[in-house]
Design a protein around this ligand. Structure first.
Ligand code: NAP
Length: 344
């Protein structure tokens, strides 16, 4: 039989791989062995499934989980949408599985070996195949129920800061209904409510820089608390190491601004003159959404117009401390995402 003589290896190489750790997961009492050097090549022994991994928040969460040595199951609908995730983890650490939100067998396959399941699935607009209710309520309930049936220890459901059952926006109402459905199906689920997120591929700063007219609705006076996507991803990833009672955690940005204030910030950072976009009355904006629906790609939905008139729900500091994250102020990091809008 082939055997390796360790004495022939440099000491540093042997020492690097020598430590391992036996831990018992507090929720499931399942023993896991973590080993390897800290960082990307670590094996934490944990397995997490991230539904919605192909989206904006998903890519950063998968990367942070994989960097901490967690094996990540990445369910995808379209082959090309998950390709970039493969390289975020060490060999064999990112496992992709095809799934359909209405296929219970595929969902079970995705969560069967997982300790943690994250539900990041959401959509800003309705499509021919999926209404808000189908995605935010029925879909969320299905994921939570099947996870509970398969012995998953922690279910983390990402909702929205403004989720409310009596909101004028159907998006926010279904987000609130989704929280209830999730808690019913998985009583120990943790609900995370982030504010509007910004980052490289966001639909916030990029949209404000490209289409300021959309953000001048309500005279640009709507108040919101933008939050850095990296902070939310870090908070979600920290949940694999923090033992939490089931609860709802709000993650707003550290400061509240009006749309006008952020448009001014963008103009200062991009060295472009302040936007002269006019304020369009709500009725005209809603009429424009009727025309926009004839485009085959999503342009603007009536519910998105409605949301532009709703201030963020006020919560004092949010629950960042519980998750060991101190959220960044937009003034400190936005330049990384806005520099590209400077003229040559
Ligand atoms: N972005 C924000 O500012 C913000 C703020 C607060 C809360 N949230 C919530 O946080 C979560 C993640 O946000 P995000 O910005 O990362 O969203 P996103 O970029 O729109 O990504 C949404 C994810 O959900 C998946 N998805 C949507 N509809 C689906 C369906 N019918 N079947 C299967 N998968 C479906 C998408 O998969 P495909 O790639 O296959 O389409 C994608 O992976 C969402 O629940 C969102 O509502 C977002």
């Amino acid at each position: 039989m082939y055997s390796v003589n360790l004495s022939s290896y440099p000491i540093s190489a042997v020492a690097q791989r020598s430590y391992s750790d036996l831990t018992v997961l507090p929720e499931s009492r399942r023993p896991i062995i973590s080993y390897g050097p800290p960082g990307r090549h670590a094996i934490s022994g944990r397995v997490a499934t991230v539904f919605g991994c192909t989206g904006f928040l998903g890519r950063y969460l998968v990367s942070k989980l994989a960097k901490a040595g967690t094996q990540v199951i990445v369910p995808y609908r379209e082959e090309d949408e998950k390709r970039h995730l493969k390289v975020t983890g060490d060999l064999g650490q990112i496992v992709s599985l095809e799934w359909d939100m209405r296929n219970e067998e595929q969902i079970a396959e995705c969560v069967r070996h997982s300790d943690f399941v994250y539900n990041l699935v959401g959509r800003d607009y309705e499509t021919k195949n999926f209404t808000y209710g189908a995605v935010h309520v029925e879909g969320a309930e299905r994921l939570a129920r099947i996870s509970a049936q398969n012995g998953v220890s922690r279910f983390i459901h990402v909702s929205h800061l403004n989720a409310s059952e009596d909101s004028p926006s159907a998006f926010y109402r279904t987000k609130a209904a989704g929280e209830e459905a999730t808690k019913k199906a998985f009583p120990n689920a943790t609900i995370i409510r982030p504010g509007s997120m910004y980052g490289h591929e966001d639909r916030l700063l990029n949209s404000m820089a490209f289409y300021p007219i959309l953000w001048k609705l309500n005279f640009g006076e709507t108040k919101f608390a933008p939050v850095h996507v990296m902070d939310v991803a870090q908070a979600l990833s920290n949940m694999t190491t923090i033992s939490l009672p089931s609860q709802t955690l709000n993650l707003p940005g550290p400061t509240t601004y009006t749309y006008n204030e952020v448009l001014d910030l963008i103009s200062a950072m991009t060295h472009n003159p302040p936007s002269r976009a006019p304020t369009v009355p709500k009725s005209i904006a809603l009429f424009a959404t009727k025309l926009a629906q004839y485009a085959w790609w999503p342009l603007l939905s009536p519910d998105e117009v409605e949301r532009k008139f709703l201030d963020d729900i006020r919560v004092d500091r949010g629950d960042w401390d519980i998750l060991n994250v101190s959220p960044e102020h937009i003034e400190n990091v936005a330049i990384a995402y806005l520099r590209r809008y400077r003229s040559a």
